[in-house]
Design a protein around this ligand. Structure first.
Ligand code: COA
Length: 166
């Protein structure tokens, strides 16, 4: 039996658990300072997913003018494929979706699970950033999601904006 999932704001006190997951999950993990910087931005949305009071996933999203940039999303290894990342994205969209809102992100071309997740939420490919990742010079796929009306998240029609290219 799985425990109920709680989604709430990510806080500085969560960062030790977040960093531990980050190091398990990413080849080039964010530093503590990077998380602190993102949490300090008042316009951003940073979320934690918890089961039994333990962090099991997190999402960091920054706002640049009218565009939301999904900077980081991760779920701890044994807890994947149970809808935790989906719950984090749904909460983000509940909070930030407005007609005309735009979201963007970069993802490694080889990261098929993440690309499948983003496509499921209406992100579309909009070009490549060549050699974007420093560790292996892998290209980044740039993805965009645009909210074109005010229907609830998951039911929105999205389209890639014009002219967005690496
Ligand atoms: N293979 C194929 N599709 C996948 C997938 C996989 N391994 N993982 C997720 N998806 C797609 C599926 O469509 C899935 O729906 P389904 O399970 O009903 O088929 C959907 O995404 C939602 O999956 P969900 O359970 O919400 O995702 P998750 O909680 O397992 O987290 C990641 C997905 C990508 C966040 C997780 O794999 C992760 O932390 N990866 C490492 C960190 C990372 O790469 N982050 C993204 C950086 S850009």
């Amino acid at each position: 039996m799985t425990s109920p999932l709680q989604i709430r704001r990510l806080t500085y006190a969560d960062l030790p658990q977040v960093i531990a997951i980050e190091r398990r999950v990413f080849p080039t993990p964010w530093s503590l300072a990077m998380f602190v910087l993102e949490l300090s931005k008042p316009s951003g949305i940073c979320l934690a997913a918890l089961e039994r009071d333990r962090i099991c996933g997190y999402l960091v999203c920054s706002r640049y003018d009218t565009v939301w940039h999904v900077m980081n999303i991760a779920v701890d290894l044994p807890l994947r494929r149970r809808g935790i990342a989906s719950a984090l994205l749904e909460r983000l969209f509940e909070r930030a979706d407005r007609p005309g809102a735009q979201y963007t992100l970069e993802v490694r071309l080889s990261n098929e699970p993440a690309i499948a997740l983003y496509e499921r939420f209406g992100f579309h490919s909009a070009g490549l950033r060549r050699g974007y990742y420093h560790d292996n010079k892998e290209d980044a796929l740039i993805m965009w999601r645009t909210v074109t009306d005010s229907r609830p998240a998951g039911a929105v029609i999205e389209e890639a904006p014009q002219g967005v290219r690496a």
